[in-house]
Ligand binder design. Structure first.
Ligand code: PAF
Length: 282
């Protein structure tokens, strides 16, 4: 595996790799766990070469968020990616990604409104800007993202369609199902911030989501199902719920009742000083 930190060698190397067939990009912020490795494995199945980017993107963190404490472990991550057979690690620093004078922001309406877009103002502008740059820098044939960040996946798909990004089709952006611990908690770099006691309580999140989905499938209306989901989380030790919503799975339009089109239940909740997100198909 080659590691590059500058744009010229990145482009030279990717054009050599492309001679063998399709190149897949897996964008990450490092602190890799089983969820990221699932993306890499799916990318390996679908392409001749996998490029992974590691960049902790300051533009997607708000002023009071956890940019400083976000785990950074490039040597460990690099060893894991090498074992997975990744061809190229793209690891620019902030000065390469955002050189002096950088003044462009990619900002979306629609799918970025509400939920994490409301709870974390500016977050999706930061995500869209860096992912747009990563697509332009690497020029992948396909790119893979985790379904755990469902709203992020929708934002990226929308952006790729709207800006005719070099990926050949919107379907070239692949969502990979969430990887979970044995007790159901979705893998996340932020789980590392949980004490053993909070970690045990955190498993209430997927349980509460499943219970709400079961209630709605048995005919409970959305609103009371969300109210009891929130009550379940608070009684399990969560300190607050940013949102618990049912939305159309594709357009992310908020739903007040279930219809035939696919729906998704999405939740963000706080436990200790950590904010966890999760979502499931209804
Ligand atoms: O999901 C993430 O790790 C990040 O939001 C991403 C897509 C790598 C952009 O920084």
């Amino acid at each position: 595996m080659q590691t590059v930190t500058q744009l010229d060698p990145l482009r030279r190397t990717v054009s050599l790799l492309r001679a063998d067939g399709p190149v897949a990009l897996v964008p990450t912020m490092g602190a890799l766990h089983g969820g990221h490795l699932a993306l890499v494995r799916e990318a390996t199945r679908r392409s001749a070469h996998v490029v992974v980017s590691i960049f902790v993107n300051p533009r997607q963190f708000g002023a009071n968020e956890d940019l400083d404490r976000y785990p950074r472990q490039l040597a460990t991550d690099s060893a894991l990616l090498k074992e997975e057979g990744v061809s190229l690690l793209w690891a620019p620093d902030a000065a390469v990604m955002y050189p002096p004078g950088f003044a462009t922001t990619v900002s979306l309406g629609g799918v970025s409104a509400g939920m994490c877009g409301a709870a974390r103002p500016g977050h999706f502008d930061g995500v869209a800007t860096v992912v747009c740059k990563l697509f332009n820098q690497v020029g992948p044939d396909l790119a893979l993202f985790g379904e755990k960040d469902w709203q992020q996946l929708s934002v990226i798909r929308r952006m790729a369609r709207d800006l005719d990004l070099i990926l050949p089709r919107a379907e070239a952006i692949i969502g990979v199902p969430t990887v979970r611990e044995a007790d159901g908690l979705a893998l996340s770099s932020r789980n590392a911030f949980l004490t053993p006691e909070l970690r045990r309580s955190a498993a209430a999140l997927p349980r509460a989501i499943q219970a709400a989905i079961a209630a709605m499938r048995s005919g409970a209306p959305i609103e009371p199902a969300m109210a009891s989901l929130i009550a379940d989380l608070i009684s399990a030790g969560f300190t607050g719920v940013d949102y618990a919503e049912v939305r159309d799975a594709d357009t992310l339009v908020p739903l007040t009742e279930l219809s035939k089109s696919a729906a998704r239940l999405l939740v963000a909740a706080r436990i200790g000083t950590t904010r966890l997100i999760d979502n499931m198909a209804v």
